[in-house]
Design a protein around this ligand. Structure first.
Ligand SMILES: Nc1ncnc2c1ncn2[C@@H]1O[C@H](COP(=O)(O)OP(=O)(O)OP(=O)(O)O)[C@@H](O)[C@H]1O
Ligand SMILES: [Mg+2]
Length: 447
């Protein structure tokens, strides 16, 4: 029994054991299963995470897609900007180049401006004594003195720095007297008051010549502008003279020409020296063949016009009133003339000083003494003897009346004789070859 029990027990035990083992195995499997189930949760969790990640991924993809679209758009914009930048860079480079050119031009203009400023500075520092300016070799116009083969036409400037002494009156009436001696006279009015012109031409005619630019100022300006004007285009025929006489007129419009020439001369605005414009012309055959003598009526001051007269002249004639104030100015004039002779015309001579507007047909003792005194003063000032003309012209209403009638004295006028005598003396001062053959015949008639 016991054995049976034992056997049974053993068999039970073994079966139980087997069962136990089975159960233990199942338990283990169950545990494992439970363990696997735990993994499943992990998987589920992972899956859930995966879904989450997938969702995010899909969102990210969508974002990537939108970003890509934006990127393309931005790239296109960038391309556009690049093109603009390229264009702007080109413009910038062109501007840089332009700036460089402008800077160079500015530097050049600044340089020119500085040079102009220096010229102006120098010009305003000057005392205006332009006649003493040195003559530059390149601008010099040679003076050809009177010569039987070169020029037989004497050129005379009527000058006194004192106003109202009779420069204009004597120029006009001396021209008439010389014309009656057979001279073809060229009169040049260089006084901007235009008094000489006014003795021959009425206002209407003066206005016409002004409008036609046919005044001496127009000639001077054109010459200064490096043109080659012909003085003969500016002459005006004078009627009533026995020989062919002509006038280069002026009006007060000359003042503009005078000022213009002065300023431009100070600023060195020409290749020409404005003092030699008339000299150049009066030496040409187109003038010297046409006239026997030139009389220039000068202003009572030394300016560009007057310098032109003196640079072109062989002689200066000085009318003087025999009053203390008037004669005292003559030595001063001669001092200036000496400077001019030295600077621009070494051939300049004083033909003589003569009295105008004397009290009567005879000189008073006082007038005589003054003229004697003047001889000595002139010699001192000029450095050599100065001729004082025997002839003098008295103060006479008839002379003034002629001026009002816009005419000169003729053989029928009483006072013509005094001018004829003066003309004779003037002629005596010329070299023989410069006296026209007709002179002797007509002089006998008029004297
Ligand atoms: N001998 C004279 N008899 C009478 N009047 C005269 C005489 N000489 C000149 N006159 C008069 O004197 C005034 C001045 O003369 P004129 O104009 O000739 O002088 P000027 O030296 O040329 O003057 P300016 O320096 O102003 O040019 C004129 O009215 C003129 O008629
Ligand atoms: Mg005058």
């Amino acid at each position: 029994m016991v054995a049976l029990c034992g056997i049974a027990y053993r068999s039970l035990t073994s079966s139980l054991r087997a069962k136990l083992r089975e159960t233990e195995r199942e338990l283990r499997e169950t545990r494992d299963g439970i363990k696997d189930l735990g993994d499943l949760d992990v998987v589920r969790t992972k899956l859930a995470e995966y879904d989450g990640v997938k969702g995010k991924l899909s969102q990210a993809e969508k974002q990537v897609g939108s970003l890509t679209t934006q990127l393309i758009f931005v790239q296109e914009e960038c391309d556009g900007y690049r093109a603009v930048i390229h264009g702007l860079t080109g413009e910038r480079d062109a501007l840089k180049e332009r700036c460089a050119t402008i800077a160079a031009e500015r530097d050049e203009v600044q340089g020119e401006l500085k040079a102009e400023q220096n010229k102006i500075k120098k010009a305003v520092q000057r005392d205006g004594a332009i006649w003493t300016d040195p003559v530059l070799a390149a601008k010099k116009v040679e003076f050809r003195p009177l010569d039987p083969d070169v020029r037989r036409m004497p050129i005379i400037s009527m000058l006194n720095l004192k106003g109202g002494v009779g420069k204009t009156t004597v120029t006009a009436n001396l021209a008439s007297a010389l014309a009656h001696r057979g001279y073809r006279v060229l009169l040049i009015d260089l006084d901007l008051q235009g008094s000489l012109t006014g003795m021959f031409l009425d206002e209407k005619e003066q206005e016409r010549l002004y409008k036609e630019n046919r005044l001496v100022g127009n000639f001077l300006e054109a010459s200064f502008d490096a043109e080659f004007p012909n003085l003969m285009d500016y002459v005006h025929q004078l009627p009533g003279f026995p020989t062919k006489c002509q006038l280069v007129p002026t009006t007060d419009a000359q003042s503009y020409a005078e000022m213009n020439l002065t300023v431009r001369w100070f600023l060195k605005d020409s290749t020409r020296d404005p003092r030699f414009l008339l000299r150049k012309e009066l030496q040409l055959a187109r003038v010297t063949n046409r006239f026997d003598v030139v009389l220039i009526d000068c202003p009572p001051l030394l300016n560009v016009s007057c310098s032109n007269a003196l640079a072109a002249s062989d002689y200066v004639m000085v009318p003087v009133m025999p009053s203390g104030q008037s004669t005292a100015r003559v030595p001063v004039l001669l001092e200036r003339l000496k400077e001019i002779r030295e600077a621009i015309n070494p051939d300049l001579k004083v033909l003589g000083v003569f009295a105008n507007r004397t009290r009567g047909a005879e000189l008073t003792a006082d007038e005589s003494n003054r003229l004697d005194e003047l001889r000595g003063q002139c010699r001192d000032a000029w450095g050599e003897k100065v001729h004082v003309f025997e002839s003098f012209i008295r103060q006479a209403t008839a002379i003034r009346d002629c001026e009002d009638e816009r005419r000169t004295l003729g053989p029928d006028d009483e006072f013509f004789k005094t001018f004829a005598a003066l003309a004779q003396e003037v002629e005596d001062g010329f070299p023989t070859f410069a006296r026209p053959p007709a002179a002797k015949i007509t002089s006998e008639v008029s004297l």
